[in-house]
Design a protein around this ligand. Structure first.
Ligand SMILES: [Zn+2]
Length: 264
């Protein structure tokens, strides 16, 4: 048994069944800064923590592409030339985007979250993989819509062929939001937008995962190909980092996916 048995990333059943290397890191007491993988919140330990997590994930950290996420809706399509950007430092990560699409095998794409929703997409036929960071701003600005439209138009991916994994995120149980969030979400124009909002005790509540599911299903991703992994980040400070309800170290967890290489 090697050292990397000590951390246990979470996995999706759907992606595991397809043999897609992927995973979601958690909060853990066995690593410094609670296993935080962000250079922003854990400058001293993010490198070593990423190495420990990526070993457990079975993914090549040195080829991983990361983004300087900005809570927007821009998506970058990355290839071999981008391999490793942002793996070892924040400055080299791809700037100004919240979604990464990759068509080449062996290049992991990663997003970093603490309440915001990480989404992993995979189209086995192409194959093509994507990682998206979707908080309320990204969601209401259409970051998921943009990713789906890019997959459809640039790569002719059919939404019915997509597998989507929604990672841990702040749940509606803990996510009271202002009117501006609801207004922005409604303005995205989904017929059944109301399914992701709730009025309770004088506050609006927003359900990021439900919102993502509504978008995915509106575009034709079958419900049975959408899987939720993990729970509410604010309800479970032992398992994830939460920006809204910080307990101890305030960090980020990662969601990563890679198109398998032929030899694997
Ligand atoms: Zn909660």
């Amino acid at each position: 048994m090697t050292m990397h048995g000590m951390v246990h990333p979470q996995r999706s059943r759907l992606l595991s069944d397809l043999g897609v290397p992927h995973g979601i890191t958690t909060r853990t007491t066995v690593l410094p800064d609670d296993g935080d993988v962000s250079f922003v919140t854990a400058p001293a330990s993010a490198r070593a923590n990423r190495q420990a997590w990526w070993r457990a994930l079975g993914l090549p950290l040195e080829r991983t592409v990361c983004a300087q996420q900005v809570h927007g809706n821009a998506i970058a399509c990355v290839d071999e030339r981008d391999a490793g950007r942002g793996a070892w430092c924040y400055e080299e990560a791809i700037s100004g985007v919240d979604g990464l699409i990759v068509t080449a095998p062996g290049i992991p794409v990663a997003v970093f979250c603490a309440d915001c929703l990480p989404i992993l997409l995979y189209a086995p036929q192409r194959p093509i993989a994507a990682a998206i960071h979707a908080g309320w701003r990204g969601t209401t600005q259409g970051v998921v819509v943009r990713a789906l439209e890019m997959l459809m138009t640039r790569y002719t991916v059919q939404p019915r062929d997509l597998v989507a994994v929604l990672g841990p995120a702040i749940g509606s149980c803990c996510y009271a939001v202002g009117e501006e969030v609801i207004t922005a979400w409604r303005a995205l124009g989904l017929a059944n937008w109301e399914a992701a909002v709730e009025w309770q005790d004088g506050h609006w509540r927003f359900d990021l995962r439900q919102a993502a599911q509504l978008v995915l299903q509106a575009y034709g991703v079958p419900a049975e190909q959408i899987e939720c992994v993990g729970g509410c980040t604010a309800c479970h400070p032992d398992l994830w980092f939460s920006h809204r309800r910080p307990v101890g170290h305030e960090g980020r967890f990662a969601a990563v996916i890679m198109i398998p290489t032929m030899t694997e």
